[in-house]
Design a protein around this ligand. Structure first.
Ligand SMILES: *Cc1c(COP(=O)(O)O)cnc(C)c1O
Length: 363
């Protein structure tokens, strides 16, 4: 079998794949209602929240757009805390719908400094909303969201978090950390295919929603919530993916959130140690290295394109390259969702053999 170790889509367990082969049901019937209610309830356990949670049909980026248009108005000042590709994407979405973005950018590979966030808010007290990426998939960095949240909430701002590649894999207690909107995506840690976005909405976020004037139809939270109260969605949902999520959430409940978080921490540590043992170095500041994705620098003559091709063709190991300005400079190993120690072992062993064939010269 191919080792698909990219930071999404991630491999799907057999029971989950079986669930998607089911016959269609009426999405306005009682069985669907029972299913969506159970799935939403279970999902909230992994968000560690009592807030509302919605399941939207669309990829993670759809969830980011939903978050923006539901709580912002054109002209709103929005602080964008960004340290990679996905932080920039979120800012671009909000800007496209008319938000006035105040950028707070950190060097790629580093984590945002909560004190800088505090300063930026102090300098622009009319900021309404703060955007933060919990886990920057493009650089393999997880920020100190707990500290950033303290600063944002002390200042009374709305906190919107892209947790697409962390939720369900890395600890993120949504209520305890007072995150107003948190977005995740199905193909990352949830062990199901791409196509769903999951989103939690705090009471404060609902208040912001009630006065927010950005245009929205498909993503409108009010419609989604009122339909969910009848066990439905406003538009036809990706029913098969909801069957899949029902099964994957049951698997996750059986394993337990703490064990899942610990497993991700173990395999990430194993990946980082393995990479260093090969003479390679990490792209991320190691204090903030992500437990779902490891980014590795192209050093010692390593040709990224070549190593990815050799791994794919000769070892059936699929890793990711770098995005945008990191293209050709890093490769990334995804270790989230359905992953354990033996998968990482295969990746590291394959790399060990393949590296010399891709120009890498150990010192
Ligand atoms: C994958 C990802 C996205 C984009 O999600 P899509 O499902 O590709 O639209 C956004 N933010 C982060 C942090 C991601 O990892």
């Amino acid at each position: 079998m191919e080792q698909l170790r990219i930071p999404g889509p991630t491999p799907i367990p057999d029971d989950v794949r079986q669930a998607m082969a089911r016959q269609m049901i009426n999405h306005r019937g009682p069985e669907f209602a029972e299913t969506i209610n159970r799935v939403t309830r279970n999902l909230k356990m992994f968000f560690q929240t009592k807030n509302d949670a919605l399941i939207l049909t669309g990829s993670g980026t759809g969830g980011l757009e939903a978050a923006a248009v539901n709580v912002m108005s054109p002209g709103d000042k929005v602080l964008s805390v960004s340290y990679g590709v996905f932080g920039e994407r979120f800012a671009m979405i909000a800007r496209t719908f008319g938000a006035e973005i105040i950028p707070l950018q950190f060097e790629w590979g580093t984590a945002p400094d909560p004190d800088e966030v505090k300063k930026a808010i102090r300098l622009n007290d009319d900021i309404k909303t703060v955007l933060v990426t919990h886990n920057e998939t493009s650089t393999g960095v997880t920020c100190d969201l707990e500290s950033i949240s303290k600063v944002v909430k002390e200042a009374g701002k709305l906190l919107v978090v892209d947790a697409i590649s962390s939720l369900g894999s890395i600890d993120l207690p949504v209520d305890e950390w007072q995150c107003d909107i948190v977005i995740s995506g199905s193909q990352k840690g949830w062990m199901i295919p791409p196509g769903l976005s999951m989103i939690s909405i705090s009471e404060e976020a609902w208040k912001a929603h009630n006065v927010a004037t950005m245009p929205r139809i498909y993503w409108d939270f009010t419609r989604a919530k009122s339909y969910l109260e009848k066990g439905q969605t406003p538009w036809t949902p990706a029913v098969s993916l909801i069957f899949a999520l029902d099964v994957s959430l049951q698997m996750m409940l059986d394993e337990g959130l703490e064990n899942i978080i610990a497993r991700h921490s173990r395999v990430a540590e194993q990946a980082r140690k393995g990479i260093k043992s090969l003479g390679l170095s990490l792209f991320a500041d190691e204090r903030y290295a992500s437990n779902t994705v490891t980014a590795v620098k192209a050093t010692n003559g390593l040709n990224i394109k070549k190593i990815l091709q050799i791994l794919r063709e000769e070892y059936k190991v699929v890793l990711s390259g770098g995005q945008q300005k990191l293209d050709g400079h890093i490769f990334r190993i995804g270790h989230l969702g359905w992953v354990n120690e033996s998968d990482i072992e295969i990746v590291i062993n394959s790399l060990k053999e393949a590296l010399p064939k891709a120009g890498f010269k150990a010192l």
